[in-house]
Design a protein around this ligand. Structure first.
Ligand code: ZN
Length: 342
């Protein structure tokens, strides 16, 4: 055998990251999971509009669009921006990864390098001057440096060659724009680790989907909430993630990639599935639920021979560990929650 068995790395990430109640919810969830040891760290791909309060929209000039326009909501009232920055500062301090999801959530598939550069510069400006841009006291801004933002996920996962030219010339270390088979190990292209969402078969269905909540929404109910099947959809997602875990844990240990949004899809069913999954899996032996930044650090430390052996699964394989069945059922909802506005 060419290498020792690597841990099963699992990267759980969120996109857009606007809703304050959701920031609090995931922050509390992680704090509870980590109360007596490091069990889970998340990555948050935050859209830069979250740092720009509604009255200050005009500071943002998107590529090929009018000034002050975004495809998603701006940051809301000043107090909301302020609260969002506070929770992000706390999460960063606790070892979670804050990464970029661009600014105005535009589809950049036809963008040039100059367009991407403009958008990245706008993100940096919104981040670095979050307090001043919004007329807040200087200590209401981020308390960690821009240099800490080293990851990117493209809105709609839409990219163009110009994106990578800009990312490779900057401070970035990884992106999560691609998709791959479920047992694909990450690859490094130029300076960037490519961490790809996985094509996985939905439990109980014939079709495959991407390991992301929005794609389950499309696969299970054609993109719209269907409260009638809420429990079924929650269970299908949980079973799908458990299958994905089992295949890789007992196989070549390729890291798992799970992407969710703060949006309340299927009235929270997907959030429940993800929480149950994290509770059941992240504390198991040989499992590390890590941020993408940590995963990049770990992979950068390995020599090429070790990485090649991991990729091939050239190490003694493991049996599936026992999962406490109580953990898998304890979070089953008693009733569907009331719908929340989006
Ligand atoms: Zn997005």
């Amino acid at each position: 055998m060419a290498a020792e068995r690597p841990p099963q790395y699992i990267a759980i990430a969120f996109d857009n990251c606007t809703e304050l109640e959701r920031w609090q919810e995931w922050s509390d969830f992680a704090a509870n999971m980590n109360r007596d040891g490091d069990r889970v760290h998340f990555t948050f791909f935050v859209s830069g509009v979250n740092f720009i309060a509604d009255p200050n929209k005009a500071i943002y000039q998107p590529p090929h669009e009018r000034r002050g326009y975004s495809r998603i909501n701006f940051g809301g009232p000043l107090e909301d921006v302020r609260s969002r920055v506070i929770v992000m500062n706390e999460l960063r301090q606790r070892g979670h990864d804050i990464a970029s999801h661009a600014v105005g959530h535009f589809d950049g598939r036809h963008w040039s390098a100059a367009d991407w550069k403009r958008e990245f510069d706008a993100f940096d400006q919104a981040f670095s001057h979050a307090a001043a841009n919004n007329g807040l006291p200087a200590d209401a801004g981020f308390n960690f440096p821009l240099a800490d933002i080293v990851g990117f996920r493209a809105p709609y996962l839409e990219t163009s060659p110009g994106l990578y030219a800009v990312m490779n010339a900057g401070r970035f270390r990884y992106h999560t724009n691609g998709d791959a088979e479920s047992d694909a190990w990450p690859v490094k292209e130029n300076n960037l680790w490519r961490f790809s969402l996985a094509n996985i078969r939905v439990a109980g269905m014939r079709r495959k989907t991407l390991s992301m909540d929005y794609n389950f929404l499309v696969a299970q109910s054609m993109g719209v909430d269907n409260p009638k099947h809420r429990d079924l959809f929650r269970q299908q997602m949980l079973d799908t993630y458990l299958d994905y875990f089992k295949g890789n844990y007992t196989g070549n240990r390729a890291p798992l990639h799970i992407g969710h949004h703060f949006t309340d899809y299927q009235r929270g069913a997907y959030r429940e599935a993800l929480k149950t999954f994290a509770r059941a899996i992240c504390a198991l032996p040989e499992v590390r639920c890590v941020s993408y930044r940590a995963l990049a650090d770990i992979l950068d430390k390995q020599n090429p021979e070790t990485l090649a052996a991991w990729q091939k699964g050239d190490f003694p394989h493991a049996e599936m560990p026992k999962i406490d069945p109580g953990v898998l059922t304890s979070e089953a909802p008693v009733a569907a929650a009331a719908p929340k506005g989006r």
